[in-house]
Design a protein around this ligand. Structure first.
Ligand SMILES: [Zn+2]
Length: 457
């Protein structure tokens, strides 16, 4: 945990609330920056297709030329620069001459993918533990980070959110210390930016009752959560036969696919439209669900091969950034199957390219002896920034034991295992026996994907 996190955890409850409200000031500023950016790109939502193709080609040309000139990995491809400079060149065909880049290749030598001339802006880094637990870092300028945050926020704007409305969040915010295994009220409120933070880490029956009480009292206009956390919360509401006296305007989800069985439980409990978002920590492409239920790609952040129907679709999808000049990932294999649906005239009036809702992996939870369900999107945080771990998998082998399969070199296993065991022990409230297993051959499903959490009981 960071020093900031430890300081927060040591505060008494009113101090934590104050800290969240101070953080809310920063959020308010960020929201107004996002609103300005969203307004500035509104015209791209309804551009005719031929303009979209040209708009994207212009940006592609610029980023490809930048990568060829300044990124070590593309030294060998430099002759393509001359092709790009030809005004008659088809940028999309030049793109297809670039090599496909996999996560493994970037992980092996991240420096080779960073521009030698990234510009003067402040550089930030996002890290994801990925679906298989491998930490993956992407460097970008602060502008790319802010603009792609704004594109995620745009989903909320499309679904009707206006300034001053309340959002309840259950998305892995560490707002209640894990050391407190049985807090009376595992939630916090920030009035400044109108957020109710519900701890995804403390989700069990009594906590769920407390969450539903605070939701009914404060009646937030929106609920935002990981599908698996929402499913667990909604499941507890239904199991208690609890009919909520309020209904939100929408339930928002992200980070995992929303499976039909989850959608069913969530919509029965909250009786509100369920609206999704697709994004990734690499910030290359994103999509938001519109009022008609379709996922529209953002267009301005990146290019998904096949989005205009000009060329075929690859599985897994290949994406190219149009924004990130610090680490311009080109023809990058995200690891998701994304299916564009070209030629759709959506009733919402937006012409942005449409894709099918993403189905990646079925995530699962670990269930502890006291009945806590700790979902995979929460467990994933334990794997952040653990040196030497290439891949990992959490397997619940019986009611009180998990095996953490770690694909790492012999020399790294002991240290990584110690960190993981400690973090997971906290997350699981010391209720589970945790075995670390070095496993160089982590089980992969027939589809080529592997599940992060597997329950064998
Ligand atoms: Zn639409």
């Amino acid at each position: 945990m960071s020093r900031l996190g430890r300081t927060y955890d040591a505060l008494p409850r009113p101090g934590q609330t104050l800290a969240l409200n101070l953080f809310g000031v920063r959020n308010r500023l960020r929201m107004s920056t996002w609103a300005r950016y969203i307004a500035s790109i509104e015209h791209t939502e309804r551009m005719a297709r031929e303009y979209q193709i040209r708009f994207t080609a212009d940006r592609l040309k610029e980023i490809l030329a930048h990568a060829l000139a300044t990124v070590p990995r593309y030294e060998r491809e430099k002759p393509l620069l001359a092709r790009l400079e030809d005004p008659a060149a088809d940028v999309y065909s030049v793109l297809r001459e670039f090599p496909v880049i996999t996560k493994q290749e970037v992980l092996a030598d991240p420096g080779a993918f960073r521009s030698g001339s990234p510009g003067g802006a402040r550089i930030v880094r996002t890290i994801t533990s990925g679906t298989t637990g491998t930490p993956f870092a992407t460097w970008m300028d602060i502008g790319t980070s802010t603009r792609t945050d704004a594109l995620w926020w745009r989903r909320n704007v499309w679904s009707g959110h206006r300034s001053g409305e309340w959002i309840a969040r259950i998305v892995g915010d560490p707002i209640v210390p894990l050391a407190d295994a049985d807090p009376r009220d595992p939630w916090r409120v920030s009035w400044v930016d109108r957020r109710i933070y519900l701890s995804s880490f403390h989700l069990r029956r009594d906590a769920a009752r407390s969450y539903l009480d605070v939701l009914e009292k404060r009646r937030p206009e929106y609920i935002q959560g990981y599908p698996s956390s929402l499913e667990v919360l909604a499941g507890f509401a239904l199991a208690d036969g609890r009919e909520l006296s309020w209904r939100p305007k929408a339930v928002w989800y992200s980070s995992e696919p929303m499976f039909e069985h989850q959608r069913d439980v969530v919509s029965r409990a909250f009786r509100a439209p369920i609206v999704g978002l697709f994004g990734s920590a690499e910030r290359i492409v994103s999509a938001a669900q519109c009022e008609e239920g379709r996922f529209h790609l953002s267009l301005v952040d990146g290019y998904l091969e096949g989005q205009f129907g000009l060329i075929g679709v690859r599985e897994p999808a290949l994406v190219t950034t149009l924004m990130n000049r610090v680490m311009p990932l080109i023809r990058f294999e995200l690891g998701d199957d994304i299916h564009p649906v070209p030629g759709v005239a959506c009733e919402c009036g937006r012409t942005l390219p449409v894709m099918e809702p993403v189905i990646t992996k079925h995530e699962d939870w670990v269930e502890t002896p006291s009945g806590r369900r700790v979902v995979s999107s929460v467990l994933t945080w334990a794997f952040k920034d653990v040196a030497g771990v290439r891949r990992s998998q959490v397997v619940q082998v019986d009611g009180r034991t998990i095996e953490v399969h770690v694909d790492a070199d012999e020399a790294d296993v002991a240290t990584a295992g110690e960190i993981l065991a400690k973090r997971l022990d906290e997350m699981l409230f010391g209720e589970m026996e945790i075995r670390i297993v070095r496993d160089l051959d982590i089980h992969v499903m027939e589809s080529g994907k592997s599940k992060f959490v597997v329950r064998k009981c």
